[in-house]
Ligand binder design. Structure first.
Ligand code: KIV
Length: 265
């Protein structure tokens, strides 16, 4: 099966095929989800929270993102790997953004990058990335890198004016040439409206069932991360791991591990 590309995503939307996207930050998880048939793997800056224990996504730098991207891209054969541009890696100038996105592609092995925010702020940056042949996925609604100005992790796009503005911003990102758009934490009806208004696919996280695709943070869907209204726990991996750790500790303390079976003659 050929690898999914940024261009394939638009074909998926045209064909009415839903897109399944997950975050991953390490080799074995990415290898497993790729083998299971996930379409897109996002090496998200959520890595700061779920892997590094940070309070928000603001404190992860380019070196860490490249490091995690590399693990994920080495593990995948079919999925499109998107590297998240972390906070301050694209805010200062389009030139810096190209250099940093280039690192995610060259060193990290990503095939596209994602950045948060509207065309009014990042239009020239997105154009510069596309000139450097780096596909860009947009991200609107709740944009966690703006947590300090948004005032918390809150649902966005509520009310007529905010909803209309979000539809305008989505169209502007499409006009710039984004290959897709993450919509985070917006009312379901607005997720549907933006999806209808665009030719590029929308990928929802807390944006209702009518988006062209969905994304979840891997640790959340495995019961090892945050419990949010919009995430679903598909497996209680936390309990499975805790049981294994507890059994091991008991067996070591009781002298039951290693047994003859696990010892050299
Ligand atoms: O960093 C991330 O995991 C994300 C998703 C929530 C879309 O941006």
């Amino acid at each position: 099966m050929p690898r999914i590309t940024a261009a394939t995503l638009v074909e998926r939307k045209r064909a009415g095929d839903k897109i399944a996207m997950l975050t991953a930050y390490d080799y074995p998880s990415a290898q497993l989800m790729d083998a299971c048939g996930v379409d897109v793997i996002l090496v998200g800056d959520s890595c700061a929270m779920v892997m590094m224990g940070e309070e928000n996504t603001l404190n992860i730098g380019m070196d860490a993102m490249v490091h995690h991207c590399r693990m994920v891209s080495r593990a995948t054969k079919n999925a499109l790997v998107i590297g998240d541009l972390p906070y301050m890696s694209y805010h200062v100038s389009p030139e810096e953004a190209v250099r940093n996105a280039g690192r995610l592609v060259m060193e990290g092995g990503a095939q596209a990058v994602k950045l948060e925010g509207p065309a009014s702020k990042f239009g020239p940056t997105i154009e510069a990335l596309l000139r450097a042949s780096i596909p860009v996925m947009g991200h609107l609604g709740l944009t966690p890198q703006s947590i300090n100005t948004l005032g918390g992790f809150k649902v966005q796009g509520r009310g007529e004016a905010a909803a209309e503005q979000l539809v305008r911003e989505a169209k502007a990102l499409q006009a710039l040439g984004c290959c897709g758009l993450v919509l985070e934490c917006i009312p379901a009806y607005l997720g549907a409206e933006v999806t209808r208004a665009l030719d590029i696919p929308t990928i929802g996280i807390g944006a209702g069932p009518d988006c062209d695709g969905q994304v979840l943070v891997m640790h959340d869907m495995l019961g090892m991360g945050m419990y949010t209204k919009f995430s679903k726990v598909y497996a209680d991996v936390k309990t499975v791991m805790a049981d294994a750790f507890t059994d091991y500790i008991h067996e070591v303390k009781a002298g039951a591990f290693p047994s003859v079976e696990h010892s050299f003659k």
